[in-house]
Design a protein around this ligand. Sequence first.
Ligand SMILES: [Zn+2]
Ligand SMILES: [Zn+2]
Ligand SMILES: [Zn+2]
Length: 570
Amino acid sequence: MATPPSPVKRRSRGALASRSPLRAAARMEQQLGRALCIITGASRGFGRAVAKAMARLVEPESVFVLVARSGDELRTLQTELAASDLDVRCAVADLSLEGAPENVVRAAKEAFSADIRHVILVNNAARTMTVGNTETVELFDAGPKGRGLRAGRDLGTGEVVFAEASFAAVVFDSVFMQVCHNCFRQQAALHRCAQCQFAFYCNRTCQTACWDEHKNECAAIREAGKAPDENVRLAARVLWRLHKDSGIVSDSQLISVEQLEDHVSDLPQKNLQRLETDVQSFLEYWSYGKKRHSVDYISHIFGIIACNGFIMSDQKGLRSVGVGLFPNLSLVNHDCSPNCSVVLNHGKIELRALGKIPEGQELTVSYVDFLNLSGVRKKKLMERYHFECTCQRCSQHLKDDLMMAAAEAKPSAEKLKEVTAVSEDCLEKIEKCHVEKDFHEVVKLCGECLAKQENVLADTHLYKLRVLSVASEALLFQRLFPEAAAYAQRMVDGYTKLYPCNNAQLGLAIMRAGVVHWQSGKTELGHSMICQAYSILMVTHGPDHAITKDLESTRMQTELELKRKKATSP
Ligand SMILES: [Zn+2]
Ligand SMILES: [Zn+2]
Ligand SMILES: [Zn+2]
């Protein structure tokens, strides 16, 4: 064989100016002469694009060896490329299997001849991609769902599959003065950026850590005279980051941000109008030197944010405080009964296994709230993420019956219909008072609504659970602990019948109920619920999360009180 050129593939930081095969190919001389190109993972996406780009660079009669696991798509590409006077051969092989690399080498040897000037290997096989150089996940073709991630080895319950820092993230407009723009913690007395007067930080350390990401934004806000809304700020941050990295995919990032789905073509008219407004305000704000972008490209970035943006909550998990892009997380597909969940911990998201996951199984998270009927979930998924959920829970309508069940007293169909309508009406009023923080009125309305639901709706009925949830929160706010505890208990009883055991929302609900029981003097019951919540949060949040740590100290306190009680009782 001729001297093989260095393979164009992913390298460690700094070793090569561009780690993207497409860019590397574009940088090469326009005329490569007759070449032998071996491209793995060639059937779809990136590998396919590289193959097409290469085809334009080489001389006619060059030889392409395309390697992929899926044959059909590979043959389509073969036909396309062969039309431009190339000798295109296919090797259908799963490179993770024994003997497969040898087959590829054999195909390459057969294709080689003396007049070939270059041998180019583009090793793009998804098998070789891992996150953060760990073996926990791998990218794969998830069929109709497109790309997906699967377990690269057996994973244990509560294991962190991967942690990922945001590619770009911004604090919501509504809390920009209350949350640190670097670590997203909610704090009193934040330190303000003296230049733009818009960004707030815990301290100098957070400000310094964020400066690299903030400096362009800082200048743009000063120039514009005010900060634009969160969507525009995020789009600009994404672009500044892309310019800085020149679109390079780092070793720990499986996909470049620009390759994420945007679904702009699926948007209904009203969303398109919104998009147009966003693009307009973006262009006014964008003052990045000479760099100009087309409206289409900016729309693409907004589309990516709309279907991949991850809502971030504060350190207590109580409040949504910002939105960020996490490219690896975007590769995890949805399931209404997922095997993983996501939590923000110390500024990074963690994908955590909710149970044991065998090697090769697809990793999934839920994009929507668990406590919705399958029809509602499907509608939400279609509107926001543009796909039809075909998961088992949706197709078999699992738990839908419980979520709208009638009470054991078996009310008439008419009565059920009447109370359902009344509840909907009530919930609307309750929500309005809740937003206005009129907790006294909230409690009154909830009490009236629950009285009507009594003996008509089951304890697992969604409308009953919603009323119980708001009522206990409002009572807690008024420091009426025994009353709040009673409602919280009924809510947890319902939740337990609906949620799978290791669910973050269930864990948090049990935690709150346990703490209220303790505050209302029921130490024993409170302690047992706190222990139960602790075991769930150890899986969904992990031992280092601020919420788990707080709960741990509460647990020690309740344990101590119980011991003291036992010691003093006769
Ligand atoms: Zn901070
Ligand atoms: Zn600033
Ligand atoms: Zn589903």
